[in-house]
Write a protein that binds this ligand. Structure first.
Ligand code: 5GP
Length: 188
Protein backbone atom coordinates (compact mmCIF):
# COMPACT_ATOMS: atom_id res chain seq x y z
CA UNK A 1 0.00 0.00 0.00
CA UNK A 2 1.16 3.50 -0.72
CA UNK A 3 0.40 5.92 2.12
CA UNK A 4 0.85 9.08 0.09
CA UNK A 5 -1.62 7.84 -2.52
CA UNK A 6 -4.06 6.77 0.19
CA UNK A 7 -3.93 10.22 1.84
CA UNK A 8 -4.32 12.04 -1.48
CA UNK A 9 -7.40 9.99 -2.37
CA UNK A 10 -8.99 10.65 1.04
CA UNK A 11 -8.44 14.40 0.91
CA UNK A 12 -8.68 15.18 -2.81
CA UNK A 13 -10.91 12.67 -4.62
CA UNK A 14 -14.30 13.70 -5.95
CA UNK A 15 -17.04 11.08 -6.02
CA UNK A 16 -19.84 10.85 -8.58
CA UNK A 17 -21.98 7.83 -7.81
CA UNK A 18 -19.50 4.95 -8.03
CA UNK A 19 -17.00 6.92 -10.11
CA UNK A 20 -13.98 8.32 -8.28
CA UNK A 21 -12.40 11.31 -9.99
CA UNK A 22 -8.72 12.00 -9.37
CA UNK A 23 -7.79 13.45 -12.71
CA UNK A 24 -5.67 16.24 -11.20
CA UNK A 25 -2.96 13.72 -10.20
CA UNK A 26 -3.72 10.44 -11.99
CA UNK A 27 -6.05 10.49 -14.98
CA UNK A 28 -5.32 13.79 -16.69
CA UNK A 29 -2.55 15.68 -14.91
CA UNK A 30 -0.05 13.25 -13.37
CA UNK A 31 1.89 13.58 -10.11
CA UNK A 32 5.20 12.26 -11.43
CA UNK A 33 6.69 11.59 -8.00
CA UNK A 34 3.69 9.42 -7.20
CA UNK A 35 4.12 7.81 -10.62
CA UNK A 36 7.64 6.68 -9.65
CA UNK A 37 6.45 5.42 -6.26
CA UNK A 38 3.64 3.42 -7.87
CA UNK A 39 6.18 1.85 -10.24
CA UNK A 40 8.35 0.64 -7.35
CA UNK A 41 5.35 -0.50 -5.27
CA UNK A 42 3.84 -2.68 -8.00
CA UNK A 43 7.19 -3.92 -9.36
CA UNK A 44 8.29 -5.36 -6.00
CA UNK A 45 5.28 -7.73 -6.05
CA UNK A 46 6.00 -9.19 -9.49
CA UNK A 47 9.78 -9.57 -9.92
CA UNK A 48 9.44 -12.43 -12.45
CA UNK A 49 7.53 -10.51 -15.13
CA UNK A 50 9.13 -10.29 -18.56
CA UNK A 51 6.57 -7.98 -20.17
CA UNK A 52 4.05 -5.37 -19.03
CA UNK A 53 0.60 -5.10 -20.61
CA UNK A 54 -1.90 -2.30 -20.11
CA UNK A 55 -4.78 -0.68 -21.94
CA UNK A 56 -4.88 2.82 -23.37
CA UNK A 57 -5.03 5.52 -22.12
CA UNK A 58 -4.61 6.19 -18.42
CA UNK A 59 -2.84 2.92 -17.62
CA UNK A 60 0.11 3.64 -19.91
CA UNK A 61 2.07 6.08 -17.73
CA UNK A 62 1.81 3.87 -14.64
CA UNK A 63 2.59 0.69 -16.57
CA UNK A 64 5.64 2.45 -17.98
CA UNK A 65 6.78 3.32 -14.47
CA UNK A 66 6.50 -0.36 -13.44
CA UNK A 67 8.34 -1.44 -16.62
CA UNK A 68 11.24 0.95 -15.97
CA UNK A 69 11.54 -0.23 -12.37
CA UNK A 70 11.71 -3.87 -13.53
CA UNK A 71 14.94 -3.19 -15.41
CA UNK A 72 13.26 -1.58 -18.43
CA UNK A 73 10.90 -4.37 -19.46
CA UNK A 74 9.02 -3.91 -22.74
CA UNK A 75 5.60 -2.36 -22.32
CA UNK A 76 2.67 -3.14 -24.62
CA UNK A 77 -0.64 -1.30 -24.50
CA UNK A 78 -3.84 -2.72 -25.93
CA UNK A 79 -5.54 -0.35 -28.35
CA UNK A 80 -9.24 0.33 -28.36
CA UNK A 81 -11.05 -0.49 -31.60
CA UNK A 82 -14.47 0.80 -32.47
CA UNK A 83 -15.00 -1.24 -35.66
CA UNK A 84 -14.46 -4.97 -36.05
CA UNK A 85 -11.19 -6.14 -37.60
CA UNK A 86 -10.62 -9.68 -38.78
CA UNK A 87 -7.17 -9.57 -40.33
CA UNK A 88 -5.75 -12.24 -38.03
CA UNK A 89 -2.76 -10.05 -37.19
CA UNK A 90 -4.20 -9.08 -33.83
CA UNK A 91 -5.37 -10.70 -30.65
CA UNK A 92 -8.82 -9.25 -30.08
CA UNK A 93 -11.03 -9.20 -27.01
CA UNK A 94 -14.35 -7.59 -26.17
CA UNK A 95 -14.70 -5.55 -23.02
CA UNK A 96 -17.20 -3.29 -21.31
CA UNK A 97 -16.34 0.22 -20.19
CA UNK A 98 -17.49 0.94 -16.66
CA UNK A 99 -17.10 4.69 -17.07
CA UNK A 100 -18.57 4.95 -20.60
CA UNK A 101 -21.19 2.20 -20.11
CA UNK A 102 -20.60 0.58 -23.47
CA UNK A 103 -18.91 -2.39 -25.11
CA UNK A 104 -15.78 -2.05 -27.18
CA UNK A 105 -12.94 -4.28 -28.38
CA UNK A 106 -9.24 -4.09 -27.69
CA UNK A 107 -6.44 -5.37 -29.87
CA UNK A 108 -2.79 -6.28 -29.49
CA UNK A 109 -0.57 -6.99 -32.46
CA UNK A 110 0.44 -10.68 -32.41
CA UNK A 111 4.11 -9.73 -32.77
CA UNK A 112 4.14 -8.18 -29.31
CA UNK A 113 3.15 -11.10 -27.06
CA UNK A 114 4.64 -14.55 -27.47
CA UNK A 115 4.15 -17.82 -25.62
CA UNK A 116 7.39 -17.33 -23.68
CA UNK A 117 6.22 -14.11 -22.06
CA UNK A 118 5.38 -13.79 -18.36
CA UNK A 119 2.99 -10.89 -18.47
CA UNK A 120 2.18 -8.43 -15.70
CA UNK A 121 -1.08 -6.56 -16.35
CA UNK A 122 -1.21 -3.00 -14.99
CA UNK A 123 -4.13 -0.57 -14.90
CA UNK A 124 -5.08 2.68 -13.18
CA UNK A 125 -8.42 1.58 -11.67
CA UNK A 126 -10.02 -1.77 -10.87
CA UNK A 127 -13.83 -1.75 -10.76
CA UNK A 128 -15.60 -4.85 -12.12
CA UNK A 129 -12.51 -6.37 -13.68
CA UNK A 130 -13.68 -6.03 -17.29
CA UNK A 131 -10.56 -4.33 -18.67
CA UNK A 132 -8.17 -6.69 -16.84
CA UNK A 133 -10.22 -9.72 -17.94
CA UNK A 134 -9.94 -8.75 -21.60
CA UNK A 135 -6.17 -8.35 -21.21
CA UNK A 136 -6.00 -11.80 -19.55
CA UNK A 137 -7.97 -13.15 -22.51
CA UNK A 138 -5.40 -11.68 -24.91
CA UNK A 139 -2.47 -13.16 -22.95
CA UNK A 140 -4.23 -16.55 -22.99
CA UNK A 141 -4.79 -16.32 -26.75
CA UNK A 142 -1.04 -15.77 -27.13
CA UNK A 143 -0.31 -18.85 -25.02
CA UNK A 144 1.67 -16.69 -22.59
CA UNK A 145 1.49 -16.63 -18.78
CA UNK A 146 -0.19 -13.97 -16.63
CA UNK A 147 2.03 -13.38 -13.56
CA UNK A 148 -0.50 -11.05 -11.97
CA UNK A 149 -2.44 -7.82 -12.02
CA UNK A 150 -1.08 -4.57 -10.55
CA UNK A 151 -3.57 -1.78 -9.92
CA UNK A 152 -3.08 1.82 -8.79
CA UNK A 153 -6.57 2.34 -7.28
CA UNK A 154 -8.87 -0.58 -6.50
CA UNK A 155 -12.51 0.04 -5.73
CA UNK A 156 -12.98 -2.73 -3.21
CA UNK A 157 -16.74 -2.32 -3.17
CA UNK A 158 -16.95 -3.60 -6.76
CA UNK A 159 -16.39 -7.17 -7.87
CA UNK A 160 -13.11 -6.82 -9.83
CA UNK A 161 -10.76 -8.52 -7.36
CA UNK A 162 -13.13 -11.46 -6.89
CA UNK A 163 -13.48 -11.94 -10.65
CA UNK A 164 -9.70 -11.93 -11.19
CA UNK A 165 -8.85 -14.08 -8.17
CA UNK A 166 -11.45 -16.63 -9.24
CA UNK A 167 -9.54 -16.91 -12.51
CA UNK A 168 -6.52 -17.84 -10.36
CA UNK A 169 -4.58 -14.59 -10.56
CA UNK A 170 -2.71 -12.58 -7.93
CA UNK A 171 -4.01 -9.01 -7.63
CA UNK A 172 -1.95 -6.28 -5.96
CA UNK A 173 -3.29 -2.75 -5.50
CA UNK A 174 -1.37 0.32 -4.31
CA UNK A 175 -4.57 1.60 -2.67
CA UNK A 176 -8.02 0.19 -1.96
CA UNK A 177 -11.19 2.23 -1.58
CA UNK A 178 -13.45 0.31 0.78
CA UNK A 179 -16.61 2.32 0.13
CA UNK A 180 -17.94 5.66 -1.05
CA UNK A 181 -20.70 7.38 0.86
CA UNK A 182 -22.21 10.86 0.49
CA UNK A 183 -19.38 11.98 -1.77
CA UNK A 184 -16.75 10.78 0.70
CA UNK A 185 -14.23 7.97 0.17
CA UNK A 186 -13.29 5.52 2.90
CA UNK A 187 -10.02 3.67 2.39
CA UNK A 188 -8.90 0.27 3.56
P1 5GP B 1 -13.27 -2.36 -14.84
O1 5GP B 1 -12.85 -2.76 -16.22
O2 5GP B 1 -12.43 -3.02 -13.77
O3 5GP B 1 -14.73 -2.51 -14.60
O4 5GP B 1 -12.99 -0.81 -14.74
C1 5GP B 1 -11.67 -0.36 -14.81
C2 5GP B 1 -11.46 0.58 -15.95
O5 5GP B 1 -12.52 1.55 -15.98
C3 5GP B 1 -10.16 1.32 -15.77
O6 5GP B 1 -9.36 1.09 -16.92
C4 5GP B 1 -10.53 2.78 -15.64
O7 5GP B 1 -10.06 3.49 -16.74
C5 5GP B 1 -12.05 2.83 -15.63
N1 5GP B 1 -12.61 3.15 -14.29
C6 5GP B 1 -13.40 2.34 -13.53
N2 5GP B 1 -13.81 2.96 -12.43
C7 5GP B 1 -13.26 4.19 -12.46
C8 5GP B 1 -13.33 5.31 -11.56
O8 5GP B 1 -13.98 5.30 -10.51
N3 5GP B 1 -12.62 6.41 -11.93
C9 5GP B 1 -11.89 6.46 -13.08
N4 5GP B 1 -11.21 7.59 -13.34
N5 5GP B 1 -11.82 5.43 -13.95
C10 5GP B 1 -12.49 4.30 -13.63
Amino acid sequence: MLNKLREKIITEAQVFGEIVKIDHFLNHQIDTQLLDEVGVDIAKEFPNATKILTIETSGIAFASSVARTLDYLPLVFAKKVESSITTGEYYLSKTYSFTKKREYSVRVDKRFISENDKVLIVDDFLANGEAASSLIDIVNQAGAEVVGIGIVVEKGFQKGRKVLEEKGHKVYSCSIIERVENGQVYMK
